[in-house]
Write a protein that binds this ligand. Structure first.
Ligand code: 5GP
Length: 164
């Protein structure tokens, strides 16, 4: 058996289409899609076209990796979306994978007090995820290779730290 999930660009095309169909079949009509950078950008773009939603927002959430550091919790990086843009809206959060679910938990909590409805769509969900996503293309406990991150960058930036 394969040790990894290998999502190719081609498979991503049909996966995102099927994910959109799940959302549509459920009758959920989002006012906006909130993507979680960076992996969620691809998912959000594909869902935006398939669901005919033009209102796309971006949130930067990362497990901060400075010099050999990884936090236990994800953090929001600036720019943080304007809460006014989300208020009373039906929000579809788009990400590539819910692993521990910590990232989506942060985003859900950020939205919860302001929006009318917040639901999550992911390509993959792992069994340990604390957030149970409303829309999931595939459940797996394997490591996933995504087409956008399987290759190393074409540049080398030693000791790169995130700009605040
Ligand atoms: P979380 O643990 O907060 O649900 O996921 C945090 C992030 O870890 C994901 O958005 C993704 O960038 C990364 N991640 C988690 N599991 C995998 C995986 O199986 N493959 C890849 N490429 N990244 C993963």
């Amino acid at each position: 058996a394969e040790e990894r999930e290998n999502l190719t660009w081609e498979l991503f095309g049909s996966a995102s289409r099927e994910l959109a169909q799940e959302v549509a079949a459920d009758g959920f009509v989002p006012d906006l899609i909130l993507s979680i950078a960076r992996g969620g950008l691809f998912v959000a773009g594909a869902l935006g076209y398939a669901l005919d939603v033009k209102n796309l927002h971006v949130m930067n959430v990362e497990f901060y990796t400075g010099v050999d550091q990884r936090l236990d919790l994800p953090v929001m990086l600036p720019p943080v979306p304007n809460v006014v843009d989300l208020t009373h809206k039906k929000v579809l959060v788009a990400d590539d994978v819910a692993d521990t679910g910590a990232t989506l938990k942060l985003v859900r909590d950020f939205c919860a007090d302001h929006v009318a409805d917040v639901r999550c769509a992911v390509v993959y969900e792992k069994p340990a995820s604390t957030v149970k996503c409303e829309y999931v293309w595939k459940r797996t406990d394997r490591w996933i290779n995504f087409p956008w991150s399987v290759l190393p960058p074409v540049v080398e930036r030693a000791g790169q730290v995130l700009d605040a």
